[in-house]
Design a protein around this ligand. Structure first.
Ligand code: SUG
Length: 446
């Protein structure tokens, strides 16, 4: 008998240095909003409001903390020295691009934090975590150490949870975590099919690959994670993302597909070999029939899917079917808005659609689904986690007050070198680890 389990969503709390630095070549929104003035306070409150609405509906909602930024240890490792203020002053003068990279609040997109395999799928029946090396972008490649510490602080009991280090940080093993990984299943406590979507095969230069933009995930990385997590071959599917989609701006699979339970909602341009992917999932899925909801280009052209982030919605099981939690931009793109009007009436798995405003994050290419990491947990595992990170009414009140007290409501690129900003960040994060009961996870606390 499968154990009762739920899917918990761990959202990244947006950090105080949220800004628009144009760091992600291949991510259209990041490039188009470069140097706009951001509003970190609004960004964090938008994220918290999304979490609160979902927690109020009964979903288990957890939080992953922001990281320390600007990250002085990275700058010191690159040869900047002297006091922290002097390090900032030197890098601001000599390399504003580097300063922007070590100041990004990118850990907010926790769909890229790690790949997680629930205990029903793994050989030792523990929940396995591998932080993503995010090696494709320098500003993201510095995330996995602190991400690993946060995950260990939250999922601490090693009789239930297994933590692996990130894969080797080179392009051959480029890994972007859960953004390229979807678990399909009947009940959450039953064994599922883990679908790994990759952009490129690293060790075969003849294999299809995008021409314009980078493929951030390799097949070799996905295979390594499946091995590390002890997944059974007959429960895993490796699928190549359509290189044309990557070249149009689909830098992660979760910009063009989302799945949950037995439902897979995807655009016809998502996979290189669509029929094969569906057949492989159908063959491996036990205890449930795959419900594939395919969106054609005739209804939603690829560029509209990218502009609206339709597929970066959260697909959540609800009492009467499934809820699609879409970003507000979906109502601003005519084809997508029309599609959504018909979706519920079409009689498929999606039974309701709700709009969430995460505009501050969207302008850097991060929709509702980018902001969350899913962890399926059985009742014992849920009891074993550090409960201080689960959103309650009280924690929501404390965190909104914390944001109001510590965050700026405007931040431009010129301000990233301000030593006061670094001080504000450290003071805020030190308080936060206390609020969430995380102990010491930041370099400045060790
Ligand atoms: O890695 N943007 C992130 C967005 C990540 C979205 N995540 C998922 N699709 N799961 C990225 O490209 C932009 C930062 C800047 O330009 O300031 C950035 O890192």
């Amino acid at each position: 008998m499968a154990k009762h389990a739920v899917e918990a969503n761990f959202d990244g709390l947006v950090g105080p240095t949220h800004n628009y630095a144009g760091l992600s070549w291949g991510n259209v929104a990041s490039k188009s909003n470069v140097s706009s003035v951001s509003n970190p306070k609004e960004a964090a409150l938008q994220g918290l409001a999304k979490m609160k609405r979902l927690a109020d509906r009964g979903y288990v909602q957890g939080i992953l903390p922001p990281h320390e930024r600007p990250h002085i240890p990275t700058l010191r490792a690159l040869g900047f020295d002297g006091s922290d203020a002097r390090v900032l002053e030197q890098v601001a003068r000599s390399s504003p691009a580097l300063l922007a990279a070590v100041s990004s609040a990118s850990p907010m997109w926790t769909a890229n934090a790690a790949t997680v395999s629930p205990s029903a799928d793994t050989s030792d029946h523990r929940v396995h975590f591998t932080p993503a090396n995010l090696s494709a972008k320098f500003h993201r490649s510095i995330e996995h150490t602190v991400t690993g510490r946060s995950l260990k602080a939250i999922f601490a009991d090693d009789s239930y949870f297994a933590h692996h280090p990130a894969l080797p940080s080179v392009s051959h093993f480029g890994d972007e975590g859960a953004a390229n990984h979807t678990r399909l299943c009947g009940e959450y406590g039953e064994p599922g099919v883990e679908l790994f979507v990759y952009g490129q095969t690293a060790f075969n230069e003849q294999a299809p690959a995008p021409k314009k933009y980078p493929a951030r995930q390799t097949l070799e990385a996905s295979q390594a994670i499946a091995r590390l997590h002890g997944l059974k071959d007959q429960r895993v599917v490796f699928a190549q993302q359509n290189p044309e989609a990557i070249d149009a701006g689909v830098f992660h699979n979760d910009v063009i597909a989302v799945g949950n339970g037995n439902a897979l909602f995807y655009h016809e341009m998502a996979f290189l070999e669509e029929e094969q992917v569906l057949a492989d999932i159908r063959e491996r899925l036990v205890g449930a029939e795959l419900e594939a909801v395919r969106v054609c280009s005739a209804d939603v052209p690829l560029e509209d899917a990218i502009a609206s982030y339709l597929f970066n919605s959260q697909l959540l099981k609800s009492p009467d079917g499934m809820l699609l939690a879409v970003p507000g931009e979906c109502r601003e793109v005519a084809s997508v808005s029309r599609y959504l009007d018909n979706l519920v009436a079409s009689g498929g798995p999606v039974t309701s659609v709700e709009v969430f405003d995460v505009k501050q994050s969207m302008r850097n290419g991060g929709g509702p689904a980018c902001l969350r990491l899913r962890v399926a947990l059985d009742d014992d595992e849920l009891n074993a986690i550090n409960r201080g990170v689960l959103l309650t009414d009280d924690l929501y009140e404390r965190l909104t007050a914390w944001v109001a007290a510590h965050y700026r409501d405007e931040l431009s690129q010129d301000e990233l070198g301000d030593p006061m900003l670094l001080e504000e960040v450290r003071k805020a994060l030190d308080e936060l680890t206390g609020i969430m009961g995380l102990g010491s996870i930041y370099d400045f606390q060790l």
